[in-house]
Design a protein around this ligand. Structure first.
Ligand code: FAD
Ligand code: NAD
Length: 406
């Protein structure tokens, strides 16, 4: 029989997990495997808040994709996917097109703007390495402007959305503020950090004791939280915010920086390719294929599965994306070998750890509550585990959070 062609789109957590498993489970003569990603490198999306705040250098959170590929089995193409022609079994790239027998879509997410005016122009979302680098540079430029013009707006930073991304960023940022103030010779009292959150409860899905711990820690570090308040408009020099219940007139906060961390939607390629979706995410079958398209798998942030316990989609996380990569690879191996009994994906929820900066965190891991240093160490374990699962020990030694040799 002719060799089957498997094309994987996206080299994030889901895509790289799929490919590194496939290359272990298939012989070179059994299938042609092609991985397509818009950069030659993989970045740790889960570390991007650290780059954005200036704690980690951009190159620290990324590595060359070829490093983890078996080149006898996988061909890597650096290219940007434009659209998937799902009925013609082909993918259109910025340069050229490619056909497939089996397709894995693991293109991740885009920032969700909810159509709010001005966000596309003035909101800074933590989406990839380049965006994270721009955030860090933007904040520094603003601090530099303050030294020239002394206008407080330059040292006012608004964070829209207190989900895990917003919280993790605030943890890093508040740790960096003393360094930035020192560098630009600005008194720390001049800095304003405001987090605007639509929900009236702080981290509602989280354990109360831990959520309260995080809230008071960040407040102590200088963050003002406006709960039950929405960002309604972004401007060049500030944001318009208002109470969610309309109790007071919306008003403007003058600010040089707006970090937008109010949630994500599936990659725009999904919508552009005409898949049935909710906020850019496709509800996939339990075997991770797209309904009506048995040769297309969709995993990670651009897909969803309903959690039967609460009838809501599982939240998009690296944890679930990586687990889906494992199932997806196994199902592809079955298809290549002509077996029809695809396995269902079952999420094994190991818990969540939310960083509050370098040395603090909160988390629930295997049902156990953690906070402070213990949680912070656990967060580094989780970060290194992701490296290990994709690139083994050598990648952990090169990129890991624990310094083994220093
Ligand atoms: P990604 O890992 O984002 O990978 C998508 C890949 O597709 C990227 O390599 C991208 O370059 C590529 N791509 C995108 N568009 C195109 C295109 N058009 N053409 C070609 N290539 C393209 N989750 C956790 O479980 N734990 C955490 O601690 C955690 N922390 C987070 C912290 C932050 C700051 C953020 C932003 C998210 C965090 N998440 C965390 C969520 C997690 O990062 C995502 O759920 C996860 O990255 C999804 O994996 P994915 O494979 O779907 O997409
Ligand atoms: P999120 O959807 O979890 O949180 C977004 C927050 O923004 C919500 O609290 C929402 O109420 C608020 N919001 C929405 N519109 C608003 C508006 N107009 N004004 C003010 N607030 C508004 O999004 P996220 O934090 O980007 O996380 C995305 C996914 O990544 C989630 O599944 C999350 O679990 C995952 N993640 C996990 C970790 C971790 O495990 N440590 C870290 C970061 C992200």
């Amino acid at each position: 029989a002719l060799k089957k062609k498997i094309v994987v789109l996206g080299a994030g957590y889901g895509g790289l997990m799929t490919v590194t498993r496939l290359q272990k489970q298939l012989k070179a003569q059994e299938a042609e495997i092609i991985l397509i990603n818009k950069h030659h490198y993989h970045y740790e999306t889960t570390w991007l808040h650290e780059v954005s705040a200036g704690t980690l250098e951009p190159e620290r959170v990324r590595y060359d994709i070829k490093r983890v590929l078996n080149r006898n089995k996988v061909t890597f193409i650096e290219g940007e996917v434009q659209v998937i022609k799902k009925d013609e079994h082909k993918v259109i790239l910025d340069q050229g097109e490619i056909t497939y027998d089996y397709l894995v879509v693991a293109l991740g997410s885009n920032s969700e703007t909810f159509g709010i005016e001005g966000l596309k122009d003035y909101g800074l979302a933590i989406t990839d390495v380049n965006a994270a680098r721009r955030i860090r540079e933007h904040i520094e430029q603003q601090f530099a402007m303050y030294t020239k013009e002394q206008n407080e707006k330059y040292v006012t930073i608004v964070v829209g959305g207190a989900g895990f991304t917003g919280i993790e960023f605030l943890g890093e940022l508040t740790n960096q503020i003393p360094n930035l103030c020192e560098k630009y010779n600005i008194p720390q009292e001049s800095i304003r950090i405001i987090c605007v959150e639509a929900g009236s409860v702080f981290l509602p899905q989280f354990d109360r004791e831990l959520a309260d711990y995080a809230l008071s820690y960040l407040e102590h570090k200088g963050v003002q939280f406006y709960l039950g308040t929405m960002v309604q408009k972004a401007l060049k020099d500030g944001v318009i915010i208002g109470k969610k219940n309309g109790e007071e007139e919306p008003y403007k906060i003058e600010a040089g920086t707006l970090i937008w961390s109010a949630g994500v939607r599936g990659n725009s390629v999904i919508v552009n390719s005409g898949f049935e979706h909710i906020r850019g995410r496709v509800e996939v079958n339990l075997d991770l294929t797209v309904p009506g398209y048995p040769n297309i798998f969709m995993i990670g942030d651009c897909s969803y599965i309903i959690n039967k316990e609460n009838n809501r989609p599982y939240p998009p996380t690296a944890q679930i994306a990586m687990q889906q990569g494992v199932t997806c690879a196994r199902n592809l191996v079955k298809l290549v070998k002509g077996q029809a009994d695809l396995e269902d994906f079952v999420f094994d929820d190991k818990g969540t750890v939310c960083s509050l900066g370098e040395d603090n965190a909160i988390g629930v891991v295997y049902g156990k509550k953690l906070k402070g240093t213990t949680a912070s160490v656990m967060k580094k374990v989780v970060d290194d585990r992701a490296l290990f699962l994709i690139g083994g020990t050598s990648l952990v030694l090169k990129k890991g959070k624990f310094k083994f040799f220093s």
